[in-house]
Ligand binder design. Sequence first.
Ligand SMILES: Cc1cc2nc3c(=O)[nH]c(=O)nc-3n(C[C@H](O)[C@H](O)[C@H](O)COP(=O)(O)OP(=O)(O)OC[C@H]3O[C@@H](n4cnc5c(N)ncnc54)[C@H](O)[C@@H]3O)c2cc1C
Length: 440
Amino acid sequence: MTGGAHFRQAVFWVGLYAALALAPLALALAGYDRPARPFWVEFGVGLGFVGLSMMALQFVLTARFKGIAAPFGTDAMLQFHRQAGLVACAFVAGHVLVLIAARPGYVAFFDPRVNLMRAGALVTVLLALAGIVGLTLLRKRLRFPYEWWRLTHGLLSLLVILISLAHVQMVGRYVSTVPKRALWAAMCLGAMSLLLYPRLVKPFLARKRPYRVVDVKPETPRVWTITLEAEGHEGLRFTPGQFAWLTLGGSPFALKQHPFTFASSAEQRGRYSFTIKELGDFTSKISSVAPGTRAWLDGPHGAFTPGTGASALVLIAGGIGVTPMMSILRSMKDRGDTRPATLIYGAGSEAMIAFRAELEALAQAATFKFVPVVENPGEGWQGERGVIDDALLTRHLPPDDGKVEYMICGPDAMMDAVELLLIKRGVPMRRRHSERFNIA
Ligand SMILES: Cc1cc2nc3c(=O)[nH]c(=O)nc-3n(C[C@H](O)[C@H](O)[C@H](O)COP(=O)(O)OP(=O)(O)OC[C@H]3O[C@@H](n4cnc5c(N)ncnc54)[C@H](O)[C@@H]3O)c2cc1C
């Protein structure tokens, strides 16, 4: 897909998001003919409506719909989910605070002596909101395991939406007619059911499409390549640069699902390799996965793919960020695609350059330039050293005819620096593609 098409798609989705976030407010006001209340009371109510609809939309953002993620990239979309979620929580909390400030009598809603169930529900919502925000911001510091965080996050969000929906229906002021009530309920329940789509529907469909681990081999210290083969079906098709959610073990419904980029050629249908760096509990056990182990793939996902109109590719990788570049280069080789490509690949030491022999062999072709950059090289190292900076780019970037595309993947600090350098060089956004493995 071209950059322009992605841009149009992005504008469409952002417009749709804004329209859907405001739709419940418009719906509430449609046909509303009761006397107006003071401005701050109505404002507080408005915050609640928009906050709740944004919360419902959060479920759409994480349902792994390929069309929505395509123009932005999965990492950017999950970042948006995170920021929009914080804004939605602020709106819902603001709803309570503004209403109480405008009419202190509303404090009675929290009084169990007045109405035990209502007070209990409201306190539960506020605690759940605090839990969602607190755990999201402090997960890493608290060392809370990712899978448990994801489960807790989903359950608390469900709780908030359900209680808020009941609250809207019980207050009833702006949803007094049956069609309005039904529409509200359908919107919230529809959005919530999306939580089940990737967790239940997709694994259910995947159970007839198992894979089997056929090989696990070391690449560099603490980096392993695991290879899977489709079992009893033809496998999936992906575009180089995309990723899949990998589940290992007997059931596709397992809680542990991790995203990994395809490292193999997209021309190799039915056999897929992923190169994985040891980081935490799941990745540290990859080396001990036995051949024959069942595996499941949910994919392909992601938009980290070069445009079809690129005249040349510049691939800039750091560490394990080399995996999508390998898939791109291997696919180009298998397709006989001879467009010029340059790989600038930063690694901590010579021993940490994965696929070195393969890349050096590829570099025998006149159309591929391999530039390893070693941060702390040994004595005999003849190549580039240090980090990827402007001078290094000047030495190695090919001439830019306005159609060269740049793919960047690596640690956050490296990506921030390289993105800035490319912006300074005038490379427009539509020709810069970035993928961050660190999404939360
Ligand atoms: C689009 C994408 C492509 C990726 N491709 C590769 C790749 O090719 N090779 C590679 O080595 N790594 C890749 N990663 C990173 C990889 O997914 C994480 O390193 C891995 O999930 C860590 O799991 P862990 O339990 O070992 O580590 P933990 O210590 O549990 O997690 C470390 C960090 O990884 C992230 N993470 C953990 N579990 C999940 C999960 N289930 N889903 C999403 N994120 C999670 C969280 O940010 C967490 O803080 C990719 C990530 C993304 C988003």
